[in-house]
Structures are given as structure tokens and as C-alpha cells.
Ligand binder design. Structure first.
Ligand SMILES: *Cc1c(COP(=O)(O)O)cnc(C)c1O
Length: 400
């Protein structure tokens, strides 16, 4: 937990809004997952779309993680951070075959999620380049419907019902399939979802003799508010590991078990610090208007996501009810009717659990600059990304 004094000092040194991340928390989450699966050969491919600052990627590389990327650009960031190409898994959706070819040229592992690309991949490479296949087991799970990927209408993965078709394509082009993959969504509470998905992947796996790994994706739920129930990682580790080992026996050789968590690794490490510009009392509501908005943290408006908000300038004040809103000219609300210790204009608020899908989903709407990012390590802190300035907004503008 980052102390209020430290956060206030960071807000003073670097201004607001500012994202602050705690390296110890990231390491703790990574190790917890790793330890829960210590009985098997587990590989954790951090899904870097959650938070992709090079310093964070480096930190996870040092811990021994690999990387899950969804674009060539993310793969390039991974290489810059020091990951080897072999440590990177490319799991794109609806990209061109040219982008997949680029991935092959870079030497990163390829995960294909539609039959058209599988056919083109087979025609181009035969069995000279291995690939993984992303199956959709059609298990509906996850929080908001925008983050579910397993339903029947989902654009992700190749339907498990098309397995026979997949096998025909694989056979006819002699494709070397080295992994099977699923990812059923985000905010999945129930460990059973992973176990049910696992059984479907195991059933499919017997038709692929050259597997080296099975990738169970991600979607572990973290707590966004007090009392939130979360995925029981230890219980999942025990149950899935033992089932995985018995499957490997049946399969006839040891396989690696992969995960690709994003949110689980980096959500809780981060806070977004904002300053209250104005208190505004209307007939119904007291608004606290802050110097940030959905341009910097879109999750509340986009997913109806809850982020705890605390007043770190007055942590012991009397709790009152506020609606915390941003400065963007749109409905732009961080939290409705929140109990927060008494706010004065100029106070600094901490918006919690902002490590995942915060900065990476930020934008320049209203011509606002993206915030700075700061990393706290062993009680010391350092700037890991500068706040943007006006030159960033006009960098690519062409004038005659
Ligand atoms: C986004 C994504 C993840 C990470 O999901 P989280 O809910 O952040 O853990 C993993 N794998 C794939 C393929 C993804 O697209």
C-alpha cells in the first residue's frame, strides 16, 4: 500500500493528474500466481495491453515473465524492454496476414484465431513455422458484456465446434501446431470456468500430437471495492495443476501450462492522483470536479467500472457524499454518490486500482495532455513517463 504522504509528495513534485505504480505489488501478484502453479511447468505471459510502460515491462522481464501481445507495435515494445522474441506470444484478432508475417519475421510465437489465417499460414509456411490455435470454448464468463469473449457471437477464437474443419486444414497443409489457447473474458470469478474450459481444451488436444503448451488465457478477477470476491488463485492452482498433470500423462509427454494475465498483475499496483478544481453544489448533488477525466481513465464511463476514490489530503475528515466528475465536455463521471472524507478545493484524490487499462486506454480528447507516470520502488520514486506537452499534440500535423 502506498502511503498518503508519499503520494502527496509525488503529486507535489510532478503535478496532477499523475499515475503512480508500486513495483512491489506487481512482483507480489506475479509471484502469487507463479507459486499457485508451482507443481507444473507454468509460464506467465504478461498481457501488456493492460499497462505497457517500458519500465514496467522490464520489471516483469526481470521477474521471469514472458509477454502476450496483440499487435506488432506491442511486440516491438516488448523487444525494446529486453524480452527475446521467443518469450513473446502474438495473439492478434482481425489483423492482416501481412502483420502475422511480420510477427514470423520477428521470430515471435504466433497464435491464430481464425480459419482464414490458419489456411494462409499453412500455405505460406507449411510445417516450417509452428503456431498456436486460439479456440473459443463458448463459455460465457466475465464482468461487463464488453469484456466477455466466450459467447457464441464473439469475434474471438475459432469455435470449438469447428474442430474438424481446423484439423482438415492442419492436415492438408501439414501445419505444426505447438499450442492450444483459450481466453474467455475478463473479471472471471469462478475457478470452475477455467476448469470447464480446460476439459474442452484437453479433449481437443489429443488430436494435436506436437503440442508443447496449453494456454488458459486470463481473466482473473481482482477486487475493485471493499468486499469484492476475487478469483481464488490458490484453489485454482491446486485444482487445475493436478488435472493438468493427469492430462499430460494421458497425452504422453509433459507440457507447459501458460497464462496471460494483465489486470491481475497490474491493476492494484496503480493509482491515478487528481486534484479537485471545483466543488459545485446543485439542488440534488455535490460535485467534486477534478483535473482529469475519461480521457485519462475511461473504465468508469466505458465499462461502468467501480474505482474506489479517497481524499488523501484529508483522510481523517468527516465522510460526506460526493459525485466525482472529470473536466471533459461529455458526461464524465469517476464515481456517483461516493462517501468520501470532506473535500476542499485543491485536495488531492486517489483513484484506486488504476494500474490496468488506465494509461494504455488514455487519449487526447479535448486536446488534453496524457498524464505523467511514476514508479515507486523500495520506498523511492522516479518519473517513468513525462506528462505530454503541446508539441505532442501537433507532432504529426502537416501545415503548408
Ligand atoms: C486482454 C487479454 C488478456 C488479459 O486479460 P486480463 O483480463 O487483463 O487479465 C489476455 N489474453 C488475451 C488474448 C487478451 O486479449
Amino acid at each position: 500500500m502506498l502511503e498518503n504522504e508519499l503520494l502527496l509528495q509525488i503529486a507535489k513534485d510532478y503535478g496532477t493528474p499523475v499515475y503512480v505504480y508500486e513495483s512491489e505489488k506487481i512482483i507480489h501478484q506475479y509471484q502469487t500466481l507463479k507459486n499457485a502453479f508451482s507443481e507444473v511447468d507454468v509460464q506467465i505471459k504478461y498481457a501488456c495491453k493492460a499497462l505497457n510502460n517500458l519500465n514496467i515491462l522490464k520489471l516483469l522481464k526481470q521477474q521471469g515473465a514472458g509477454l502476450d501481445v496483440v499487435s506488432i507495435e506491442e511486440a516491438e515494445l516488448g523487444l525494446m524492454a529486453g524480452f527475446t522474441a521467443e518469450e513473446i506470444l502474438f495473439t492478434p484478432n482481425c489483423v492482416s496476414f501481412d502483420e502475422i508475417k511480420k510477427g514470423v519475421e520477428m521470430g515471435i510465437s504466433i497464435n491464430l484465431d481464425n480459419i482464414s489465417m490458419l489456411e494462409q499460414f499453412g500455405n505460406e509456411y507449411g510445417n516450417s513455422v509452428p503456431c498456436c490455435i486460439r479456440l473459443n470454448p463458448h463459455i460465457v464468463a466475465g464482468g461487463n458484456k464488453n469484456i466477455q469473449t466466450g459467447h457464441i457471437d464473439s469475434k474471438f477464437g475459432i469455435s470449438i465446434y469447428q474442430l474438424r474443419h481446423i484439423l482438415r486444414v492442419v492436415k492438408s497443409a501439414n501445419i505444426h501446431v505447438n499450442g492450444l489457447h483459450m481466453h474467455t473474458g475478463s473479471d472471471i470469478l469462478d475457478a470452475d470456468v477455467f476448469l470447464r474450459g480446460a476439459e474442452l481444451l484437453f479433449d481437443a488436444a489429443v488430436d494435436f500430437p506436437d503440442l508443447e503448451f496449453i494456454d488458459f488465457g486470463s481473466g482473473f478477477k481482482v477486487a475493485y471495492k471493499e468486499g469484492d470476491v476475487t478469483t481464488d488463485i490458490e484453489a485454482l492452482g491446486k485444482a487445475l495443476s493436478s488435472r493438468f498433470l493427469s492430462f499430460c500423462k494421458q497425452y504422453g509427454k509433459p507440457l507447459q501450462l501458460w497464462f496471460e494475465p494483465g489486470k491481475y498483475i497490474v491493476s492494484e499496483c496503480g493509482v491515478l492522483l487528481v486534484k479537485v478544481n471545483v466543488l459545485k453544489q446543485t439542488t440534488a448533488t455535490v460535485f467534486a470536479g477534478v483535473d482529469s477525466g475519461q480521457n485519462h481513465l475511461i473504465r468508469p464511463m466505458f465499462y461502468d467500472a467501480w474505482h474506489d476514490i479517497v481524499n488523501i489530503s484529508n483522510p481523517d475528515g468527516t465522510p460526506r457524499i460526493y459525485t466525482v466528475v472529470g473536466y471533459i465536455c461529455e458526461t464524465d463521471t469517476f464515481g456517483w454518490d461516493r462517501k468520501i472524507t470532506e473535500i476542499k478545493e485543491g485536495d488531492v484524490l486517489a483513484i484506486k486500482n488504476a494500474g490496468a487499462y488506465g494509461y494504455t486506454m488514455s487519449n487526447n480528447y479535448n486536446a488534453r495532455f496524457r498524464p505523467a507516470e511514476v514508479l515507486v520502488e523500495n520506498g523511492k520514486y522516479r518519473l517513468i513517463r513525462k506528462r505530454e506537452d503541446i508539441s505532442d499534440l501537433i507532432r504529426n500535423v502537416v501545415m503548408d
